[in-house]
Design a protein around this ligand. Structure first.
Ligand SMILES: Cc1ncc(COP(=O)(O)O)c(C=O)c1O
Length: 391
Protein backbone atom coordinates (compact mmCIF):
# COMPACT_ATOMS: atom_id res chain seq x y z
CA UNK A 1 0.00 0.00 0.00
CA UNK A 2 1.21 3.50 -0.85
CA UNK A 3 2.23 5.83 2.00
CA UNK A 4 -0.13 8.80 2.29
CA UNK A 5 1.84 11.94 3.09
CA UNK A 6 0.16 14.59 5.22
CA UNK A 7 0.34 18.09 3.76
CA UNK A 8 -2.33 19.47 6.10
CA UNK A 9 0.01 19.22 9.08
CA UNK A 10 0.99 22.58 10.61
CA UNK A 11 4.71 22.67 11.40
CA UNK A 12 6.05 25.39 13.67
CA UNK A 13 9.15 26.82 11.96
CA UNK A 14 9.68 29.71 14.36
CA UNK A 15 13.21 29.94 15.78
CA UNK A 16 14.67 27.59 13.17
CA UNK A 17 16.44 30.45 11.34
CA UNK A 18 13.96 30.13 8.51
CA UNK A 19 14.14 33.22 6.29
CA UNK A 20 10.42 33.05 5.59
CA UNK A 21 9.41 33.14 9.25
CA UNK A 22 12.34 34.42 11.29
CA UNK A 23 13.13 37.37 8.99
CA UNK A 24 9.52 38.65 8.86
CA UNK A 25 10.12 41.50 11.30
CA UNK A 26 13.31 42.60 9.57
CA UNK A 27 11.79 42.58 6.08
CA UNK A 28 8.15 43.52 6.67
CA UNK A 29 8.42 45.38 9.99
CA UNK A 30 6.05 43.00 11.76
CA UNK A 31 6.18 39.35 12.79
CA UNK A 32 2.45 38.71 13.17
CA UNK A 33 1.95 38.22 9.42
CA UNK A 34 1.02 35.00 7.60
CA UNK A 35 4.25 34.19 5.72
CA UNK A 36 3.50 33.54 2.03
CA UNK A 37 6.64 34.95 0.43
CA UNK A 38 10.07 33.15 0.19
CA UNK A 39 9.75 30.19 -2.20
CA UNK A 40 10.09 27.23 0.13
CA UNK A 41 7.20 25.13 1.39
CA UNK A 42 5.60 24.56 4.80
CA UNK A 43 5.56 20.78 4.23
CA UNK A 44 7.89 18.26 5.85
CA UNK A 45 10.44 17.13 3.28
CA UNK A 46 10.09 13.51 2.17
CA UNK A 47 10.84 11.26 5.18
CA UNK A 48 12.96 9.12 2.85
CA UNK A 49 15.45 12.01 2.68
CA UNK A 50 15.31 12.79 6.39
CA UNK A 51 15.93 9.12 7.27
CA UNK A 52 18.96 8.93 4.99
CA UNK A 53 20.41 12.11 6.50
CA UNK A 54 19.73 10.88 10.05
CA UNK A 55 21.50 7.63 9.33
CA UNK A 56 24.52 9.51 8.03
CA UNK A 57 24.52 11.87 11.04
CA UNK A 58 24.49 8.90 13.38
CA UNK A 59 27.74 7.68 11.86
CA UNK A 60 29.38 10.61 13.61
CA UNK A 61 32.34 11.31 11.33
CA UNK A 62 31.89 14.05 8.73
CA UNK A 63 35.15 13.94 6.81
CA UNK A 64 35.70 14.81 3.14
CA UNK A 65 33.12 13.19 0.88
CA UNK A 66 33.36 11.82 -2.61
CA UNK A 67 30.11 11.27 -4.54
CA UNK A 68 29.82 7.85 -6.13
CA UNK A 69 27.94 6.60 -9.19
CA UNK A 70 24.68 6.36 -7.24
CA UNK A 71 24.55 10.17 -6.96
CA UNK A 72 25.05 10.74 -10.68
CA UNK A 73 22.73 7.85 -11.59
CA UNK A 74 19.93 9.31 -9.48
CA UNK A 75 20.14 12.58 -11.46
CA UNK A 76 20.54 10.88 -14.85
CA UNK A 77 17.58 8.54 -14.23
CA UNK A 78 15.43 11.39 -12.96
CA UNK A 79 16.08 13.52 -16.04
CA UNK A 80 15.40 10.56 -18.30
CA UNK A 81 12.23 9.38 -16.56
CA UNK A 82 10.71 12.72 -15.60
CA UNK A 83 11.81 14.92 -18.51
CA UNK A 84 12.80 12.49 -21.31
CA UNK A 85 16.25 14.08 -21.32
CA UNK A 86 19.19 11.73 -21.80
CA UNK A 87 22.37 13.13 -20.30
CA UNK A 88 25.83 11.66 -19.70
CA UNK A 89 27.56 11.60 -16.35
CA UNK A 90 30.38 13.71 -17.75
CA UNK A 91 27.89 16.55 -18.50
CA UNK A 92 26.75 16.90 -14.88
CA UNK A 93 28.46 18.86 -12.11
CA UNK A 94 27.43 19.93 -8.61
CA UNK A 95 26.92 23.67 -8.11
CA UNK A 96 26.38 25.25 -4.70
CA UNK A 97 23.05 26.86 -5.67
CA UNK A 98 21.31 27.85 -8.87
CA UNK A 99 21.89 31.58 -8.37
CA UNK A 100 25.56 30.90 -7.71
CA UNK A 101 25.52 28.67 -10.79
CA UNK A 102 24.51 31.54 -13.05
CA UNK A 103 26.79 33.96 -11.20
CA UNK A 104 29.72 31.64 -12.03
CA UNK A 105 28.55 31.42 -15.65
CA UNK A 106 28.44 35.22 -15.87
CA UNK A 107 31.98 35.36 -14.48
CA UNK A 108 33.31 32.61 -16.72
CA UNK A 109 31.71 33.68 -20.02
CA UNK A 110 31.32 37.45 -19.91
CA UNK A 111 33.39 40.48 -19.00
CA UNK A 112 32.68 43.54 -16.91
CA UNK A 113 30.44 45.86 -18.95
CA UNK A 114 29.03 43.06 -21.15
CA UNK A 115 25.31 42.95 -21.84
CA UNK A 116 23.03 40.23 -20.47
CA UNK A 117 19.41 39.78 -21.58
CA UNK A 118 16.66 38.99 -19.10
CA UNK A 119 12.89 38.85 -19.60
CA UNK A 120 11.06 40.60 -16.77
CA UNK A 121 8.99 40.27 -14.72
CA UNK A 122 11.45 37.64 -13.52
CA UNK A 123 13.18 36.23 -10.41
CA UNK A 124 15.06 39.25 -8.98
CA UNK A 125 18.61 37.77 -8.81
CA UNK A 126 18.71 37.59 -12.63
CA UNK A 127 19.14 41.35 -12.51
CA UNK A 128 20.80 41.90 -9.13
CA UNK A 129 23.46 39.24 -9.66
CA UNK A 130 24.30 40.48 -13.17
CA UNK A 131 24.47 44.09 -12.02
CA UNK A 132 26.36 43.10 -8.88
CA UNK A 133 29.01 41.66 -11.20
CA UNK A 134 29.02 44.94 -13.15
CA UNK A 135 27.33 43.60 -16.26
CA UNK A 136 24.67 45.61 -18.09
CA UNK A 137 21.11 44.34 -18.12
CA UNK A 138 19.18 44.45 -21.39
CA UNK A 139 15.48 43.89 -20.78
CA UNK A 140 13.27 41.99 -23.16
CA UNK A 141 10.02 42.30 -21.19
CA UNK A 142 7.47 39.51 -21.48
CA UNK A 143 4.15 40.36 -23.08
CA UNK A 144 1.13 40.01 -20.77
CA UNK A 145 -2.08 39.55 -22.66
CA UNK A 146 -5.37 38.07 -21.55
CA UNK A 147 -3.90 36.56 -18.38
CA UNK A 148 -1.04 34.84 -20.25
CA UNK A 149 2.66 35.69 -20.59
CA UNK A 150 4.59 35.22 -23.81
CA UNK A 151 8.03 36.19 -25.10
CA UNK A 152 8.54 39.22 -27.31
CA UNK A 153 10.54 37.66 -30.15
CA UNK A 154 10.45 40.77 -32.35
CA UNK A 155 12.14 42.79 -29.65
CA UNK A 156 14.49 39.91 -28.80
CA UNK A 157 15.64 39.78 -32.42
CA UNK A 158 16.45 43.50 -32.25
CA UNK A 159 18.29 43.51 -28.92
CA UNK A 160 20.15 40.32 -29.83
CA UNK A 161 21.94 42.30 -32.56
CA UNK A 162 23.38 44.78 -30.08
CA UNK A 163 26.29 42.66 -28.89
CA UNK A 164 24.69 40.87 -25.93
CA UNK A 165 26.74 37.97 -24.55
CA UNK A 166 24.26 35.97 -22.48
CA UNK A 167 20.55 35.43 -21.93
CA UNK A 168 19.30 34.08 -18.62
CA UNK A 169 16.12 32.10 -19.19
CA UNK A 170 13.63 31.14 -16.51
CA UNK A 171 12.10 27.84 -17.59
CA UNK A 172 9.46 27.35 -16.16
CA UNK A 173 8.99 31.03 -15.49
CA UNK A 174 9.02 32.60 -12.02
CA UNK A 175 6.79 34.50 -11.05
CA UNK A 176 4.10 33.53 -13.60
CA UNK A 177 4.63 29.75 -13.53
CA UNK A 178 4.44 29.67 -17.34
CA UNK A 179 5.94 26.59 -19.03
CA UNK A 180 7.51 27.60 -22.35
CA UNK A 181 6.50 25.54 -25.38
CA UNK A 182 8.88 23.71 -27.66
CA UNK A 183 8.24 26.28 -30.40
CA UNK A 184 8.99 29.21 -28.10
CA UNK A 185 12.17 27.61 -26.79
CA UNK A 186 13.32 26.69 -30.32
CA UNK A 187 12.80 30.24 -31.52
CA UNK A 188 14.76 31.63 -28.58
CA UNK A 189 17.50 29.04 -29.17
CA UNK A 190 17.78 30.05 -32.82
CA UNK A 191 18.01 33.79 -32.14
CA UNK A 192 20.60 33.31 -29.40
CA UNK A 193 22.73 30.80 -31.32
CA UNK A 194 22.78 32.96 -34.44
CA UNK A 195 23.88 35.98 -32.41
CA UNK A 196 26.41 34.10 -30.23
CA UNK A 197 24.48 34.71 -27.05
CA UNK A 198 24.97 31.94 -24.50
CA UNK A 199 21.69 30.74 -22.95
CA UNK A 200 21.80 29.95 -19.26
CA UNK A 201 18.57 28.14 -18.49
CA UNK A 202 17.40 28.21 -14.88
CA UNK A 203 15.17 25.15 -14.60
CA UNK A 204 14.82 25.02 -10.82
CA UNK A 205 11.01 24.86 -11.09
CA UNK A 206 11.01 22.11 -13.72
CA UNK A 207 9.92 19.29 -11.42
CA UNK A 208 6.98 21.24 -10.05
CA UNK A 209 4.90 20.69 -13.15
CA UNK A 210 1.20 20.76 -12.43
CA UNK A 211 -1.60 18.52 -13.69
CA UNK A 212 -1.76 18.16 -17.46
CA UNK A 213 1.50 20.00 -18.24
CA UNK A 214 4.95 18.91 -19.30
CA UNK A 215 8.30 20.60 -18.75
CA UNK A 216 10.54 20.83 -21.81
CA UNK A 217 14.23 21.19 -20.94
CA UNK A 218 15.67 23.98 -23.09
CA UNK A 219 18.62 21.82 -24.16
CA UNK A 220 16.30 19.24 -25.75
CA UNK A 221 14.50 21.48 -28.24
CA UNK A 222 17.14 21.67 -30.97
CA UNK A 223 20.80 21.24 -31.74
CA UNK A 224 21.25 25.01 -31.54
CA UNK A 225 19.86 24.87 -28.00
CA UNK A 226 21.93 21.89 -26.88
CA UNK A 227 25.16 23.35 -28.26
CA UNK A 228 24.74 26.81 -26.74
CA UNK A 229 23.58 26.23 -23.21
CA UNK A 230 24.20 25.73 -19.52
CA UNK A 231 21.19 24.31 -17.65
CA UNK A 232 20.85 24.71 -13.90
CA UNK A 233 18.59 22.44 -11.88
CA UNK A 234 18.10 21.33 -8.28
CA UNK A 235 15.99 19.11 -6.03
CA UNK A 236 15.78 22.05 -3.61
CA UNK A 237 12.39 23.54 -4.48
CA UNK A 238 10.97 20.19 -5.59
CA UNK A 239 11.53 18.39 -2.29
CA UNK A 240 11.71 21.37 0.07
CA UNK A 241 15.42 20.98 0.82
CA UNK A 242 16.73 24.42 -0.19
CA UNK A 243 18.76 24.75 3.01
CA UNK A 244 20.74 21.61 2.14
CA UNK A 245 22.28 23.07 -1.07
CA UNK A 246 22.12 20.40 -3.74
CA UNK A 247 21.98 22.02 -7.19
CA UNK A 248 23.71 20.90 -10.35
CA UNK A 249 24.51 22.03 -13.87
CA UNK A 250 24.21 20.10 -17.12
CA UNK A 251 26.33 21.15 -20.11
CA UNK A 252 26.34 19.11 -23.31
CA UNK A 253 28.62 21.20 -25.53
CA UNK A 254 32.24 20.19 -24.98
CA UNK A 255 33.79 23.62 -25.31
CA UNK A 256 31.29 25.30 -22.98
CA UNK A 257 31.50 22.40 -20.56
CA UNK A 258 35.30 22.53 -20.38
CA UNK A 259 35.30 26.26 -19.75
CA UNK A 260 32.53 26.16 -17.13
CA UNK A 261 33.73 23.03 -15.34
CA UNK A 262 37.32 24.33 -15.30
CA UNK A 263 36.08 27.58 -13.78
CA UNK A 264 34.26 25.61 -11.06
CA UNK A 265 36.91 22.98 -10.46
CA UNK A 266 39.79 25.45 -10.25
CA UNK A 267 37.95 27.05 -7.34
CA UNK A 268 36.63 23.74 -5.92
CA UNK A 269 33.11 25.08 -6.41
CA UNK A 270 31.96 21.82 -7.95
CA UNK A 271 32.49 19.96 -4.66
CA UNK A 272 29.30 19.57 -2.65
CA UNK A 273 28.77 18.73 0.98
CA UNK A 274 27.94 15.33 2.46
CA UNK A 275 24.35 16.38 3.06
CA UNK A 276 23.91 17.98 -0.36
CA UNK A 277 24.91 14.81 -2.17
CA UNK A 278 22.88 12.50 0.07
CA UNK A 279 19.86 14.82 -0.04
CA UNK A 280 19.86 14.94 -3.85
CA UNK A 281 20.42 11.21 -4.29
CA UNK A 282 17.65 10.15 -1.92
CA UNK A 283 15.28 12.81 -3.26
CA UNK A 284 15.59 11.58 -6.82
CA UNK A 285 15.79 7.92 -5.93
CA UNK A 286 13.00 7.72 -3.35
CA UNK A 287 11.05 11.01 -3.42
CA UNK A 288 8.86 10.63 -6.48
CA UNK A 289 5.70 9.41 -4.73
CA UNK A 290 5.97 12.24 -2.19
CA UNK A 291 6.34 14.72 -5.04
CA UNK A 292 3.35 13.36 -6.95
CA UNK A 293 1.18 13.73 -3.86
CA UNK A 294 2.60 17.18 -3.06
CA UNK A 295 1.80 18.36 -6.59
CA UNK A 296 -1.79 17.16 -6.30
CA UNK A 297 -2.11 19.06 -3.03
CA UNK A 298 -0.56 22.19 -4.54
CA UNK A 299 -2.90 21.98 -7.55
CA UNK A 300 -5.86 21.82 -5.18
CA UNK A 301 -4.47 24.84 -3.31
CA UNK A 302 -4.23 26.74 -6.59
CA UNK A 303 -7.78 25.80 -7.55
CA UNK A 304 -8.95 26.83 -4.09
CA UNK A 305 -7.30 30.27 -4.37
CA UNK A 306 -8.61 30.83 -7.88
CA UNK A 307 -12.14 29.87 -6.89
CA UNK A 308 -12.05 31.97 -3.70
CA UNK A 309 -10.85 35.05 -5.56
CA UNK A 310 -13.45 34.72 -8.30
CA UNK A 311 -16.26 34.39 -5.77
CA UNK A 312 -15.10 36.80 -3.08
CA UNK A 313 -12.43 39.20 -4.35
CA UNK A 314 -12.98 39.52 -8.10
CA UNK A 315 -10.74 42.61 -8.22
CA UNK A 316 -7.76 40.22 -7.77
CA UNK A 317 -7.10 37.60 -10.45
CA UNK A 318 -4.85 34.55 -10.19
CA UNK A 319 -2.53 34.01 -13.14
CA UNK A 320 -2.78 30.24 -12.91
CA UNK A 321 0.67 28.59 -13.09
CA UNK A 322 1.56 25.61 -15.30
CA UNK A 323 4.29 24.79 -12.77
CA UNK A 324 5.40 25.80 -9.26
CA UNK A 325 3.72 26.53 -5.94
CA UNK A 326 3.62 30.26 -6.65
CA UNK A 327 0.66 32.27 -7.90
CA UNK A 328 1.13 35.64 -9.55
CA UNK A 329 -1.79 37.77 -8.46
CA UNK A 330 -3.03 40.47 -10.81
CA UNK A 331 -4.27 43.20 -8.43
CA UNK A 332 -4.37 46.01 -10.98
CA UNK A 333 -8.15 46.38 -10.79
CA UNK A 334 -7.73 47.65 -7.22
CA UNK A 335 -6.20 50.78 -8.75
CA UNK A 336 -3.59 51.22 -6.04
CA UNK A 337 -0.01 52.40 -6.30
CA UNK A 338 2.55 49.68 -5.42
CA UNK A 339 3.23 51.15 -1.92
CA UNK A 340 -0.53 51.30 -1.30
CA UNK A 341 -0.95 47.71 -2.50
CA UNK A 342 1.88 46.53 -0.23
CA UNK A 343 0.33 48.40 2.69
CA UNK A 344 -3.03 46.75 2.05
CA UNK A 345 -1.45 43.29 2.20
CA UNK A 346 0.88 43.92 5.14
CA UNK A 347 -0.96 46.33 7.41
CA UNK A 348 -4.58 45.56 6.70
CA UNK A 349 -4.57 41.88 5.71
CA UNK A 350 -1.55 40.89 7.84
CA UNK A 351 -0.02 38.94 4.95
CA UNK A 352 3.60 38.74 3.82
CA UNK A 353 3.78 38.26 0.02
CA UNK A 354 6.47 39.27 -2.48
CA UNK A 355 5.68 42.61 -4.05
CA UNK A 356 5.36 42.47 -7.84
CA UNK A 357 7.89 45.23 -8.51
CA UNK A 358 10.67 43.09 -6.97
CA UNK A 359 10.48 41.22 -10.29
CA UNK A 360 10.87 44.36 -12.39
CA UNK A 361 8.73 47.40 -13.09
CA UNK A 362 6.53 45.12 -15.22
CA UNK A 363 5.34 43.63 -11.91
CA UNK A 364 3.54 46.82 -10.91
CA UNK A 365 0.05 46.00 -9.64
CA UNK A 366 0.96 42.36 -8.93
CA UNK A 367 1.83 40.36 -5.82
CA UNK A 368 3.31 36.84 -5.63
CA UNK A 369 1.59 34.32 -3.40
CA UNK A 370 3.25 31.11 -2.16
CA UNK A 371 0.71 28.28 -1.86
CA UNK A 372 3.17 25.61 -0.69
CA UNK A 373 1.40 25.46 2.66
CA UNK A 374 -1.51 23.70 4.43
CA UNK A 375 -4.88 24.70 3.00
CA UNK A 376 -6.04 26.07 6.31
CA UNK A 377 -3.28 28.70 6.14
CA UNK A 378 -4.59 29.80 2.76
CA UNK A 379 -8.15 29.89 4.03
CA UNK A 380 -7.11 32.25 6.83
CA UNK A 381 -4.99 34.36 4.48
CA UNK A 382 -7.77 34.78 1.93
CA UNK A 383 -10.34 35.62 4.59
CA UNK A 384 -7.96 38.34 5.85
CA UNK A 385 -7.51 39.62 2.31
CA UNK A 386 -11.23 39.68 1.64
CA UNK A 387 -11.83 41.77 4.76
CA UNK A 388 -8.97 44.10 3.84
CA UNK A 389 -10.21 44.68 0.30
CA UNK A 390 -13.92 44.78 0.95
CA UNK A 391 -14.07 46.72 4.25
C1 LIG B 1 13.95 30.88 -10.74
C2 LIG B 1 14.74 30.63 -9.49
N1 LIG B 1 16.06 30.40 -9.57
C3 LIG B 1 16.81 30.17 -8.48
C4 LIG B 1 16.25 30.18 -7.22
C5 LIG B 1 17.11 29.95 -6.02
O1 LIG B 1 17.96 28.88 -6.21
P1 LIG B 1 19.18 28.61 -5.25
O2 LIG B 1 18.66 28.69 -3.86
O3 LIG B 1 19.62 27.23 -5.63
O4 LIG B 1 20.20 29.63 -5.55
C6 LIG B 1 14.88 30.43 -7.07
C7 LIG B 1 14.27 30.50 -5.75
O5 LIG B 1 13.19 31.01 -5.55
C8 LIG B 1 14.11 30.65 -8.25
O6 LIG B 1 12.80 30.86 -8.18
Amino acid sequence: MKVKYDFDQIIDRRNTNSVKIDALKEVFGADDLIPLWVADMEFLSPPEITDALKKRVEHGIFGYYTPDDAYFKSIINWLENRHSWTVDKQDVIFVPGVVKGFAFAIDAFTNVGDKIIIQPPVYPPFKTTSEGLNRKIVNNPLIYDNGQYSMDFDNLREVAKTGCKMLILCNPQNPSGRIWSKDELSELAEICFDNQILVVSDEIHSDLVLRGNEHIPFATVSNKAAQNNITLMAPSKTFNIAGIVSSFAVVENEEIRKKYFNYLNARQLGDGTIFGYIGAEYAYEYGEEWLNQALEYIQENIDFVDDYLQKNIPQIKAVKPDASFLIWLDCRALNLSQPELEKLFIKKAKLALNSGTMFGKEGKGFMRLNVGCPRITLEKALDNLKKAVVL
